[in-house]
Structures are given as structure tokens and as C-alpha cells.
Design a binder for this molecule. Sequence first.
Ligand SMILES: Nc1ncnc2c1ncn2[C@@H]1O[C@H](COP(=O)(O)OP(=O)(O)OP(=O)(O)O)[C@@H](O)[C@H]1O
Ligand SMILES: [Mg+2]
Length: 260
Amino acid sequence: MRNDNHRIPLLEGRRVSKYFGGLAALNEVDFAVYPGEIVGLIGPNGSGKTTLFDCLSRVQDLSSGQVFFKGEEITHKKPYQVAHMGLARTFQVIRIYRKLTVLENMLLSRQWRGETLWRQLRPSHRQTEERAKELLHFLLLDRLMHEKAGNLSGGQQRLLEIGMALMPDPDLILLDEATSGINPTLIETIKDRIRALNREAKKTFLLIEHNIHFIGDLCSRVFVLNYGQKLAEGTPEEIVNNEAVIEAYFGADGGENDVE
Ligand SMILES: Nc1ncnc2c1ncn2[C@@H]1O[C@H](COP(=O)(O)OP(=O)(O)OP(=O)(O)O)[C@@H](O)[C@H]1O
Ligand SMILES: [Mg+2]
């Protein structure tokens, strides 16, 4: 789906800035993601991608600028409030409870909607368990439901994290490097599941990725950050042929970036 100015963005950032001391991790970044899109967010290491996710999911406060979700300003909301509105995210460093089972991890993820653990485990919450099992089946993890999460492979843990993000039935999912360190077969699985969630369940995605093939296969549009600023925006094809982007990745001090 293309950027369509007649529609209200699902997620919008206006002049989003974030300073850490004197460092501008984000410098007046403007962007919009429309309902039904899969948008890529790329950029060299340290360019501000995760910081942008932190600001959007309200894990970090903005230094200045505004963020809107479903047309409502969320700049000053708490993480659980935006989660409740339908915004979910995963983290670059996997956050799961390694000693709990896969299913228990899924049930715990409901906490983000403000429910207590006690309420979740009550029999009346069987529906929650059913949903968790359905999602695990969809993510090809049902076989591992009673396995300790720490015993899963890196790729399976990523899938579990996606499952946990999906538990509250969000409309928008922010994925931070969902494919990093994962074998090619599981990357295909993740790609296929994202596509199915987008087409069949109408979920919108914003993906941070270093895997340019993954971006090219899934995304209709891509934003590029460099030193906290938006360097370029376009189709994956436009982006890989953009001179400024090539320079940012492979130029003088960009040679060590882990683009794949
Ligand atoms: N909590 C923090 N305190 C101080 N500086 C930070 C903090 N978080 C991020 N930074 C700095 O902000 C800049 C952007 O970091 P960020 O993690 O957002 O980059 P990134 O694009 O996600 O990089 P990568 O591709 O390596 O994950 C970096 O210079 C980083 O060192
Ligand atoms: Mg990052």
C-alpha cells in the first residue's frame, strides 16, 4: 500500500528529537506510517533507530517534538497506555522469561494491558490461554509450548517475542531487528508470518532491519536514518540506489556497518 495523503496516519512523528547529553540521537525526525503498510526503518549502527522505537513506545521521553497514534497525541503517555491503544513492540535484545515455559511467557505478556498476573491465571482467563495457543500454532511454536523459553534457538525466541507482542491484538507492531542472528529458514518463517498478519489480520508493521533482502521482500516504503536525521525515504528499490544512503553505509566511516 502506498503513502496516501488523504488518509490519517496510524503512527506519526513530528520533529521528533531526543538528546542524550550533547548527543542528538534523533534530530527533528518527521515520518508517517499508514494503516495496512509494512514500512522499513534502516540506518547505520547508532543512527537512532532503536531510540525512535523507544520514543514511540514511550519507553523514553522525547526531548522535543510530538508523536500521534490513531490521530491521538501520545507524546506524554505511558508505555502501558499506548500498548492499550494497540501499539506493540519487540526489543533488539530479546526480552523473555528464560526459566518460564513458552506458554507462560505468552500469558505474562498480557500484563502490558494492565492486567495482573493473578487475574491472568484464573480459570476465567481460559480465553487468554486459548489465544496464546492459537498464536503459538500460527508461529509454528505449538510443539514447544511447554519447553523452557531459554532452551529455544535464537530464531524461535524471536518468534516467541513476536507472539508475545501479538497477545493484546495490537494494530501496529514495531519489530526491532527481528532477524538478527537467525538462520535463513527461520528468517523465511518470520517473513511469511509477518506477511500473513499484514494481509489476513490487517496488522501494520514498522520494521528495523539490517537485512536489506528482508526489507525488499516485505516493505512498500523505507525510511533511512543517519546520525539521528531522516536521510531518505522511498521504495526499497529507490533506497538501495540512493547515493546518500550508499555513502552513509559504505562511506568513509560507515564501512563497519552490519548491512546484510
Ligand atoms: N540510554 C542512552 N544513553 C546515552 N546514549 C544513548 C542511549 N541510547 C542510545 N544512545 C546513543 O544514541 C545513538 C543512537 O542509538 P540507537 O541505539 O538508537 O541506534 P541504532 O540505530 O538502534 O543502532 P544499532 O543499529 O546499532 O542498533 C547512539 O550514539 C547511542 O550510543
Ligand atoms: Mg538498535
